[in-house]
Design a protein around this ligand. Structure first.
Ligand code: HEM
Length: 495
């Protein structure tokens, strides 16, 4: 019999886990002072400061604490977990270049990422050796190249028009919910294909939601196979999805039917080691991993972009004015190159993603010692066996790179300022960077711009709930709770 846990229960388990770790740290921790220049050991987070931070961790999450540790200890510091694991944090472009660019023989994804195996499936990504994973990822990158994506704009526009045509003349909606729905429709058309979009959208989106929701608890990171109800739901959903995609792939192969979607690109590609095509189960696993990597993150980014835009009149007016200019030039038509003209909207979205990065932290396992040099001139050696992590949230808010980093200011990316570029190659890392940079970045901006240009052109929007806080109990955090917005139809015309 299934026991239903309230969603908060998993968070509580994670909190207890964290508390145990931190308590151990206090017992064992020797408060290490900041080393002299030339010293090779990164400073260690003091147990006392971690204990003092417990209430903050419980109410505001881990990142404010990392902010504080960064302020006190500098851009490189180690948190010693239990004495069993050492996690060294690297913050900012000066010390993250090796992190992002190192070969996999030097830094690799940590074992913790294996929590995705029950989600993606056997034989793909983190269930295979590094060479195979690389080939599989290259496969997916090919399917997401800009040349492949251009043709997807029409589908996106069509889905967006169709979805929002169901809104009344005026009303109140939960923006977060609406955006997640429309993004799922876009994903099913552009990635999963016609069969899913036309015949089984409801069924597949419920299964994908079940899979992600039940497989992404913090507890799954540490114990992905413990038999809790959430994991049983996850496994049931994965098995059903596997069956559905096997059938679709098999039927396309038998009938010779060819479609314009990412699924087709995966079916057709032949870049595995021996020139063979991918098996049905590899295709299914890759498709699910693309959805997993992209869907929640895009949904979070689109919601933050909306919440920030609607609550900042100055930038909302600038984004609307840009749409008016584009309408004057191209009418209401939107295609790939017109999306590229939406520079103001692009910066508004990017600034929302900088301040509220859907991907909060990325990690690697150190296979070969390396040294980093901080901007203050300290040199630290990170030993083999450590786990290294970079907090994207802290890195995106460094005051020596971003002027008034806590202020929503999309013009910081504009001509004459370009704070992200001036800050160095890894100053803006919401999409990672280097060797494992996100290849869904362009696709994400495209779909969010299609959605927001449509909303700005067709609706007056006002936020009626308070500006949302961050979710702190999610692996991919979005705005917390509902984001209530009132809308009224209008048709924007050229100025
Ligand atoms: C706003 C939306 C998105 C954000 C913020 C985001 C963020 C990231 C980040 C930070 C990484 C680097 C992870 C690391 O270094 O370990 C990454 C990698 C990745 N992303 Fe995204 N992503 C987004 C959308 C997407 C989409 C739409 C897709 C695919 C449809 C996607 C597919 C991937 C994949 C497969 C990787 C792994 C690449 C590799 O390991 O070489 N992402 N993403």
């Amino acid at each position: 019999m299934d026991i239903t846990f309230p969603p908060g229960a998993y968070f509580s388990i994670a909190v207890i886990f964290l508390t145990v770790i931190i308590t151990k740290v206090i017992v064992r921790r020797i408060v290490a002072p900041r080393p002299e220049k030339g010293s090779l050991q990164p400073p260690i987070a003091s147990g006392a400061s971690l204990v003092a931070a417990l209430p903050t961790i419980l109410t505001k999450g881990l990142h404010p604490v990392l902010h504080d540790l960064h302020a006190k200890l500098g851009s490189v510091f180690t948190i010693n977990l239990f004495g069993l694991k050492k996690v060294t944090l690297l913050v900012g472009p000066e010390v993250t270049s090796h992190f992002f660019q190192a070969k996999n023989s030097e830094l690799c994804h940590p074992d913790m990422y294996k929590f995705t195996i029950p989600i993606f499936g056997k034989g793909v990504i983190f269930d295979v050796d590094f060479e195979t994973r690389n080939r599989q990822i290259r496969f997916a990158i090919d399917a997401m190249k800009p040349t492949q994506l251009r043709s997807k704009v029409d589908y996106m526009v069509h889905e967006v028009q169709d979805y929002f045509s169901k809104w009344e003349q005026e009303g109140i909606i939960d923006l977060k919910h609406e955006l997640a729905e429309v993004l799922m429709l876009i994903a099913s058309r552009c990635l999963l294909g016609k069969e899913v979009r036309e015949k089984m959208f409801e069924e597949v989106s419920v299964l994908i939601n079940d899979l992600c929701k039940n497989g992404m608890h913090f507890i799954s990171l540490f114990f992905p196979y413990i038999p809790i109800p959430a994991h049983r739901q996850r496994d049931k959903a994965r098995a059903k999805l596997g069956h559905i995609f096997h059938e679709i792939v098999r039927s396309r192969k038998i009938s010779g039917q060819v479609e314009d979607d990412v699924l087709q690109k995966l079916i057709d590609s032949k870049c595995m080691e021996d020139g063979r095509s991918m098996t049905e189960s590899e295709i299914t696993g890759l498709l699910i991993s693309l959805l997993f990597a992209g869907q929640h993150a895009s949904s979070s980014a689109a919601s933050w972009a909306g919440a920030c835009l609607i609550s900042h009149e100055k930038y909302l007016a600038a984004a609307v004015e840009e749409q008016q200019k584009i309408i004057r030039k191209h009418g209401q038509h939107v295609d790939y190159s017109i999306l590229l003209e939406m520079g103001t909207l692009h910066s508004c979205i990017k600034e929302a993603i900088r301040m509220h990065s859907p991907s909060a932290m990325v990690m690697r396992h150190v296979k070969k010692n390396f040294t980093v040099q901080t901007r203050e001139g300290y040199s630290y050696e990170i030993p083999e066996g450590h786990t290294v992590a970079t907090s994207i949230v802290v890195g995106n808010q460094l005051p020596h790179i971003y002027k008034d980093p806590h202020v929503y200011d999309p013009y910081r990316f504009g001509p004459g300022r370009e704070e992200d570029k001036a800050g160095g190659k890894f100053a803006f890392t919401s999409f990672g960077g280097g060797r494992h940079a996100c290849f869904g970045e362009e696709y994400s901006y495209m779909q969010i711009k299609v959605i927001w240009s449509f909303l700005l052109r067709n609706f007056e929007l006002k936020m009626i709930s308070p500006f949302p806080e961050e979710e702190i109990d999610k692996f991919i955090p979005g705005p917390k709770g509902r984001v209530m917005v009132s809308y009224k139809r209008r048709l924007l015309v050229s100025t």
